[in-house]
Design a protein around this ligand. Structure first.
Ligand SMILES: *Cc1c(COP(=O)(O)O)cnc(C)c1O
Length: 394
């Protein structure tokens, strides 16, 4: 063998006795086959076999299997973002003439996907009140293939009655998909409540360090996995094993991170009830949050994300008060180690249930900093808002 060949042929080394706790990162586009016959037959390996790096490596399969176990599902499919997880489900289920129901508090880009992508292709969507519960039965007609739920909802935190919605959907032959990003499978398992798809933005709590984008879809039935994988294969969508490795690492500490963040977020939410500039605290663990009773019934606890509605007038001093924050960072996305805060525009997004709170909505994501440092930062910000709000004078 000449040197140039030696450069590209890796010698086989022994793996005997090498028992590492880490999941190896297998990078691959090409998968090689022992003989021409096996290569010719590769199409028969199915979606659980290995045929091409895009369709799975032992690294991505490990993460998928771990999420499947956590969700109590049948298979999990990884995609490049949480948004892609939602759209992959919709693209695999909906055909022209079909209809999908989405809640009014849905993650913004999902609504855009329905209006900008699905609608021009003859797929209708209907926006419903997130608190509709079993009343959704009246909205499910013969064309309705999919009911989408997101609980609690992005920014406004309404907790949905997933069991009641599932019951109504099943009775009329519609599938149910649930965006479970806030709860993670540790605090709520949509498939155990009858949903057909549980999607997670792994970008948030699974990744946990604000440095990766990934989404997952866990299905309750093998046939649903097949439909999604066929769409992803045609679109050429897969994930990088390097990012899957980061997600596998994040998953190992998710339990302690989420438990801590949930404790701190609940404590802060209760304290914020007493702030003179806070009108409403939208935290599922508090009775002031729509759907709180459902949360108490169905969820095992809280994560670190919640919102507050400021009293009208407080927004006058908001921009400099946010800029002056020293521990909280201003930013969207969430679930990382750094605490975040961001004002959210709500009213313009609502179409089924008017948003009647006149004050600004601030979304908070609690990270892993010392809670005392965080609270002092928050208190300083709220104090800076006081002179601007009518409440302070009252
Ligand atoms: C962030 C988020 C998404 C999208 O995840 P990306 O990975 O950022 O695309 C979807 N749903 C919810 C509820 C989210 O918070």
């Amino acid at each position: 063998m000449h040197d140039l060949t030696r450069c590209v042929h890796h010698p086989a080394v022994s793996h005997d006795g090498f028992a590492s706790l880490a999941v190896p990162t297998y990078r691959a586009s090409t998968i090689v086959y022992d003989d021409a016959e096996t290569f010719a037959q590769r199409g028969h390996r199915g979606f659980d076999g290995y045929t091409y790096g895009l369709h799975g490596t032992p690294t991505t399969r490990t993460l998928e299997a771990q999420l499947t176990g956590l969700h109590g599902g049948v298979r999990t499919i990884l995609v490049p973002s949480g948004q892609a997880a939602v759209t992959a489900v919709m693209l695999s289920i909906l055909m022209p003439g079909d209809r999908v129901l989405i809640p009014d508090h849905v993650y913004g880009p999902v609504r855009s996907f329905c209006t900008d992508y699905l609608a021009p292709r003859g797929i209708e969507h209907l926006v419903y009140d997130p608190l509709i519960g079993g009343g959704i039965a009246e909205l499910i007609d013969r064309r309705t293939r999919l009911v989408w739920v997101e609980s609690p909802g992005s920014n406004t935190m309404e907790v949905q009655d997933v069991p009641a919605i599932v019951k109504a959907a099943k009775a009329k032959g519609a599938l149910v998909g649930c965006d479970n990003t806030w709860a993670t499978p540790l605090l709520f398992k949509p498939l155990a409540h009858g949903a057909d798809f549980a999607i997670e933005a792994l970008t948030k709590y699974v990744g946990g360090h604000s440095d990766l984008l990934m989404g997952s879809i866990t299905v309750a039935e093998l046939g649903l996995r097949e439909r999604i994988k066929l769409v992803l294969r045609d679109l050429g969508i897969g994930v990088s094993p390097d990012e899957a490795a980061l997600a596998l690492r994040g998953l190992e500490t998710m339990g302690v991170r989420v438990a801590h963040m949930g404790r701190v977020s609940e404590a802060f939410a209760r304290r914020l009830l007493h702030s003179p500039v806070v009108d409403t605290v939208l935290h599922p663990a508090l009775p002031s949050c729509p759907g709180h009773a459902v949360w108490a019934r169905d969820f095992k606890g809280s994560t670190g994300v919640f919102s507050i509605v400021l009293k009208p007038g407080a927004e006058a001093a908001l921009a400099p008060a946010l800029t002056a924050l020293q521990v909280f960072a201003i930013g969207a996305s969430w679930g990382g180690t750094r605490s975040l805060i961001a004002p959210q525009a709500i009213a313009g997004d609502r179409t089924a249930t008017p948003w009647t709170h006149p004050g600004v909505v601030l979304r908070l994501s609690i990270g892993l900093e010392d809670p005392d440092d965080l609270w002092r930062d928050l208190e300083r910000m709220l104090c800076a808002l006081e002179p601007a709000s009518g409440a302070a004078a009252a």
